[in-house]
Design a protein around this ligand. Structure first.
Ligand code: GTP
Ligand code: MG
Length: 371
């Protein structure tokens, strides 16, 4: 990818996105934080900050994934649940849809079970699991992609049938396309008398999303997030896409994944929701997460239950880290605590140096590698 969004570049430069927007405005360009900047745009901003675009950003040069290169047996690769985010224009029903999916599925057979909010959850459909990220899709794409993390397998694009394609719908399409993630269209609010799904299909066709009924290959599912109509169908379509794409992982190796969200809890200390993307995470594992490290003290699943291990595509909340990581940070489990500690401490040092601005030069190649 030969571009970065304003927000992504801001992250790289350790600046606020709004500051870059202002800067661009001063330079004569109106931009939003989600706007894509090409190489020239990036160079323009870097030049304005007096940042050279040759040298590497120290902090990003040590990609945690390089510690995840142990030999693997192909036969250990097995099917894993799809990880889904929901995107769409303001008020088109993203939250209602997530709630509706959760209500119809998560609580089934979970009598009395109080679903704890951990920023992600799993549902079971036809004996198969699907993982939903609870973060707004845009945030998931911008902040996570800015850190080089790819967490989403499938994007559900919610478009209100009474409103049609709106600016953020287009933005969402661009994000999903840039990330090369399959898009399923949920044509929402079908219960409304003013619903006009044909118009939605027409407008999306103009953006290259042609429904199967019209000879294209985009799945459109009419739904009502409000009354639950079409939700089962939508979930089945997600399973279908998952089957076609064949998402796989190896549950036998040590875990790798991404931080979904994290915070400092008064009683429990650093609490982080992690999405295990490969391998299996266990209580007691020595772990480096972003620029902090620790040992997994306790793990809680999306139903608020304590678990001892979590396999691929499973979201879990963990405690036991030294510091609070950031959404989008990668994590890797190490074989022994000594190594985890040494790498974690080095990275913490690097992060501190970068914050102090001791090393602020960015490499364009390095920037693009991260994508
Ligand atoms: P933001 O988070 O603000 O971007 O909005 P959102 O996309 O999460 O939309 P939200 O789920 O908050 O829904 C916006 C409004 O639309 C609420 O009043 C919902 O009750 C309503 N709504 C959502 N889905 C449906 C639907 O299927 N039918 C009808 N009639 N109303 C819906
Ligand atoms: Mg919402």
């Amino acid at each position: 990818v030969e571009s970065l969004t304003v927000a992504e570049l801001a992250k790289k430069l350790h600046r606020e996105p709004s500051e870059l927007v202002k800067k661009l405005f001063m330079l004569g360009t109106m931009a939003t934080v989600n706007q894509e900047l090409d190489k020239d745009g990036i160079e323009l901003i870097c030049a304005d900050y007096g940042v050279e675009v040759e040298e590497e950003i120290l902090i990003d040069s040590t990609d945690l994934e390089t510690y995840f290169d142990e030999e693997q047996n192909e036969a250990d690769q097995i099917e894993r649940p799809s990880v889904v985010t929901i995107m769409g224009h303001v008020d088109h029903g993203k939250t209602t849809l997530l709630d509706s999916i959760r209500k119809t599925k998560v609580t089934e057979g979970e009598a009395g079970g109080i679903t704890q909010h951990i920023g992600a959850y799993q549902v079971e459909v036809n004996d198969k699991k699907i993982t939903f990220l609870d973060t707004p899709g845009h945030a998931a794409f911008t902040t996570m992609r800015a850190r080089g993390a790819k967490v989403t397998d499938i994007t559900i694009l919610v478009v209100a049938a009474d409103d049609g394609v709106m600016p953020q719908t287009v933005e969402a399409i661009n994000h999903a396309k840039a990330a090369e993630v399959p898009i399923i269209i949920a044509v929402n609010k079908m219960d409304k008398p003013s619903a006009n799904p044909d118009r939605v299909m027409q407008e999306l066709t103009e953006h290259g999303l042609v429904p199967e009924a019209w000879g294209g290959d985009t799945i459109f599912v009419p739904v009502s997030a409000l009354n639950g109509e079409g939700i089962d169908n939508l979930l089945e379509m997600i399973l279908l896409v998952g089957e076609v794409e064949e998402y796989k992982a190896n549950p036998k190796r040590r875990a790798l994944g991404t931080v979904i969200e994290a915070e400092l809890d008064k009683g429990r200390g650093s609490v982080a929701t992690l999405l295990v993307q490969d391998g299996t995470l266990n209580v007691g594992d020595p772990i480096v997460v972003g620029y902090t490290f620790g040992r997994v003290r306790a793990m809680v699943n999306d139903l608020g239950r304590r678990v001892k291990s979590a396999g691929p595509s499973t979201p879990v909340e963990i405690t036991g880290l030294n510091d609070v990581p950031q959404a989008g940070d990668r994590f890797v489990v190490f074989e022994d605590e000594k190594t985890a500690r040494s790498i974690g401490e080095t990275r913490a040092q690097q992060a501190l140096q970068a914050q102090r601005g001791e090393k602020t030069r960015v490499s364009l190649d390095n920037l693009f590698e991260q994508m």
